[in-house]
Design a protein. Sequence first.
Length: 243
Amino acid sequence: MQKTENIFEAEADRGSAGEGLTKIDPAISRLIDHTILKPDATEADVVKVCQEARRYGFASVCVNPFWVPLVRAELAGSPVKVCTVIGFPFGAGATETKVAEAETALRGGAQELDMVINIGALRSGEEDTVRLDIRQVAEAAHRAKAIVKVILETALLDDDQKAAACRLAKRAGADFVKTSTGFGPGGATAHDVALMRAVVGPEMGVKASGGIRTLSDLKTMTAAGATRIGASASVKIVESSAV
């Protein structure tokens, strides 16, 4: 990690004259999945996000599955990961459909999958359905040496359901739990992040996503236990971390 930090700082210094990138905190940048999931995003929009991700050293670029091959090409040679979404944004597709979507994305170059749980099944008490849904996507990802983040859509769940979803994701072999799609009725809260961290323990990642627009928001979420942040305001956040 120290080597990566040194490389980033050296690149920032080389580009500092006209870009103002010196003193950007790489520890902040590496937390962020730079995200563009709006349905009207164009190729130019996605390319711009990839360029920003390379420039600032974000953890990943997160896009809808159609854009995965483009993002892979744009990020080639950089440490920034290719992230996409599965069963997005409702999670209500058949498991077979989610697995097929995941496998297509993985063949296209995805390295991280953010999948939405079957929210209705969870709210109906069908825990085995939810666990197997996650497990099959996770197994497909792990065969390709990719990771899976499980989106709970916390704004639609009570605390007991959030805790149950976290336990199921852990049992199913997921790598992260994640708060929100950004398309639901609410986004990440410190309460939800803390609850999720308490349930999954230190073995899994916790991603806070939805409504995180400032450095203060990011710090609130990491203090609550988040180890990854999903944001579309990523550039604003990291530039405000400059000293």
